[in-house]
Design a protein. Structure first.
Length: 324
């Protein structure tokens, strides 16, 4: 059966001029960096199909043995993945394994339903299992992992995890198209740009899309009278408070900011200015998207509008999310 796919294309307006806007990345909120010390029982939700890890460390340095005891329970012995309580991606013939940086980072830090396993394995074991999956399970890549890369991917503290050097290196580890395994969403980054939006995203026809109504800023200073700029803050503050509200709304629906695939932004020019404060908007946006804690990006368009329902509002944002 032919798979239908919806493709959302992003507006690339401004992409060239504000390419450095991402540098103000910050960790926000509590779903921040995965905790490497989380015991296995907590790292894996009880309803998932979980292999018997045991609590002791693994003595094997043989990548195959490690794969079979630690990974095959979820990704299956042939690496072809599985759909059960959750969906476990196929590692077989997976071109995201071309560069060792991606699997190494995931093994250590986990991601979504993939538990962080870094605390169970020493550096050599991580390298051994990475070498194994790069060269087996229908994969035939050069093993380019090194002990140094493993050591570099290990966060020493959560705080350190938030720093840029622990982010997955863009060129090698962030593939141009990255699959969101659960809903089979395919995210296409911008070619040759680190501007933090997607070029396109593919959503399978059977995925559930969740549309949020336009969300507007919160009052930040109750004592400021209506019309006073302090009441809702500037564009950066209004963007941050709007996205924080969006995040709460998503959480109430058991979704997260990482599930957002499409965003439309309406900005009003601040009083006394000719045009919208796009860089202020980017300052707020980059606190919520493309961070180490929340690396996913949506497709996005930004419009300047003449006004919003309340004359104090400078920002209104609509998002569409995919339910994983
Ligand atoms: C408890 C189940 C579980 C175990 C055990 C597990 N994984 Fe995963 N793995 C997942 C899930 C779920 C994902 C998808 C994560 C996501 O949605 O981002 C994943 C994703 C991955 C990916 C990314 C694949 C892609 O296409 O993006 C790699 C690589 C990977 N796992 C390797 C491993 C290796 C190697 C091991 C063993 C050392 C392992 N996993 C153990 C559940 C597991």
């Amino acid at each position: 059966m032919r798979k239908q796919t919806r493709v959302f294309a992003a507006a690339l307006l401004f992409a060239g001029s504000i390419a450095n806007a991402q540098s103000s990345n910050e960790i926000v909120g509590d779903d921040a960096a995965p905790n490497v010390d989380t015991p296995m029982e907590e790292a894996i939700a009880p309803d998932r199909h979980v292999p018997d890890f045991g609590k002791a460390g693994y003595s094997a340095t043989d990548g195959k043995a490690l794969y079979e005891s630690l990974c095959a329970g979820c990704h299956m012995p042939d690496g072809k993945g599985a759909i059960g309580a959750g969906e476990y991606p196929s590692l077989a013939g997976n071109d995201l394994l071309l560069s060792a940086a991606y699997p190494i980072y995931l093994i250590i830090n986990g991601q979504a339903a993939m538990p962080s396993l870094g605390h169970l394995l020493d550096d050599e074991q991580i390298l051994a299992v990475t070498d194994y999956i790069q060269t087996n399970l229908d994969n035939d890549y050069e093993t380019d992992g090194t002990l140094e890369l493993v050591a570099d991917s290990r966060p020493e503290t959560e705080e350190e995890m938030a720093t840029e050097e622990h982010a997955i290196p863009q060129e090698s580890a962030e593939p141009s198209a990255k699959r969101d395994t659960v809903a089979n969403v395919v995210r296409h980054g911008l070619p040759n740009s680190d501007f933090p939006i997607l070029q396109a995203v593919e959503v399978p026809a059977d995925a559930t899309l969740v549309y949020l109504s336009g969300t507007v800023p919160q009052v930040l200073d109750d004592s400021a009278s209506e019309g006073a700029p302090e009441r809702f803050g500037d564009t950066a503050a209004q963007t941050d408070s709007t996205l924080t509200s969006i995040r709460s709304k998503l959480e109430a629906l058991e979704l997260g900011m990482g599930d957002v695939i499409k965003m439309q932004v309406y900005l009003v020019a601040p009083d006394g200015q000719d045009s919208m404060d796009f860089s202020g908007f980017m300052e707020g946006y980059t606190k919520h998207f493309g961070t180490d804690a929340q690396p996913e990006l949506p497709t996005r368009s930004v419009f300047e509008v003449a006004g919003l329902a309340n004359p104090d509002w400078l920002v209104e944002i609509e998002v569409v999310a995919v339910r994983p």
